[in-house]
Design a protein around this ligand. Structure first.
Ligand SMILES: Nc1ncnc2c1ncn2[C@@H]1O[C@H](COP(=O)(O)OP(=O)(O)OP(=O)(O)O)[C@@H](O)[C@H]1O
Ligand SMILES: [Mg+2]
Length: 295
């Protein structure tokens, strides 16, 4: 990993800005950042052989806010998520976690920091019940026996904290749950270990209308609990429903980022499909508006 030159005046830095100031031509929107940037990416780069998947990615993900990561197929969204979650570390740049540069080389490193990723396939076992799924690999053992009541209590508490009320029984096999309920169990499992950042990859892709609403509600509640949420989505309706900040990737670069209020569907689609926008505020990669980052 290279060290980023923080004296370069990169757009992530805010120290020389007026409070509330954004990039040139920025549109009016809510005051920037009250949430702390739990995660900051500085000049992240990643190649697969001759394929340059990510270039100079600057992004900050604040606590208590929902940041949506959007972009066309192949834009680099999954690669970026994998870089943050330790599955495929970046070749270049710096990951700053709660103000401290860190190396996230394995999923275990990410988990230890408090980064929980919910992948699209959810990685739940259909034949196991909710409690067994939530404690898979981290079972509570008491005198060499599984402490079922402690695990039931923990699972119930985790679901209750996210106000998941539609599940009939926590002893229900996960295979019998609806898509939205499965997503809820996967999220509850992820946040059970005190996650500070929850990354969701296309959480509503396979869901119907009411289940989508339930998952979007869940995302909002996570943010209300001061968790930083980074959500990848192709669905702009969902994005505009929950996102406080939006970052658009185009061919592995940040084409635009900032408060969701600075984006509309038209400018976002333009950024996704062409990497540019005729609307000035959204066209400038303005990570400072997302960041509130210490320089
Ligand atoms: N393991 C890999 N080996 C080689 N190239 C890869 C690998 N993973 C990703 N890429 C390339 O990196 C680029 C970004 O891919 P990535 O999967 O991150 O896109 P994405 O934004 O997640 O797309 P989608 O919306 O289709 O999921 C693409 O050009 C892709 O072909
Ligand atoms: Mg992807």
């Amino acid at each position: 990993m290279t060290t980023t030159d923080t004296s370069s005046g990169s757009p992530t830095e805010q120290s020389d800005r007026e409070p509330g100031a954004r990039g040139p031509g920025a549109l009016p929107g809510p005051a920037p950042l009250d949430g702390e940037p739990v995660l900051q990416l500085r000049k992240i780069g990643k190649s697969f052989g001759s394929v340059r998947a990510l270039t100079d990615i600057d992004l900050a993900v604040p606590a208590g806010k929902v940041t949506a990561l959007v972009g066309d197929n192949g834009a680099g969204k999954s690669t970026l998520i994998k870089a943050i979650s330790g599955i495929s570390p970046p070749d270049e740049g710096e990951i700053v976690w709660q103000g401290r540069p860190v190396h996230v080389r394995t999923p275990k490193d990410a988990a230890a920091l408090g980064i929980a990723t919910v992948y699209q396939d959810l990685a739940l076992c259909d034949n196991l019940d909710i409690v067994q799924n939530m404690y898979l690999g981290r079972e509570i053992v008491e005198r060499r026996l599984l402490d079922e009541s402690a695990m039931e209590l923990g699972a119930k508490r985790a679901l209750a904290e996210l106000s998941v009320v539609t599940v009939r029984s926590i002893r229900q096999a996960v295979g019998s749950l609806s898509g939205g309920q499965r997503q809820a169990v996967a999220v509850a499992k992820a946040v059970m270990g005190n996650a500070r950042l929850v990354i969701l990859d296309e959480p509503t892709a396979a869901l119907g209308v009411s289940q989508t609403a339930m998952v979007l509600d869940l995302i909002t509640r996570l943010a209300e609990r001061d968790v930083a949420v980074l959500v990848v989505s192709h669905n702009l309706t969902d994005v505009f429903a929950v996102a406080d900040y939006i970052a658009v990737l185009y061919l592995g670069r940040v084409a635009g980022s900032g408060p969701a209020a600075d984006f509309d569907t038209h400018s976002t689609v333009e950024l996704i499909t062409t990497g540019r926008s005729s609307r000035p505020g959204a066209a400038v990669p303005d990570t400072s508006a997302v960041a509130g980052a210490p320089s």
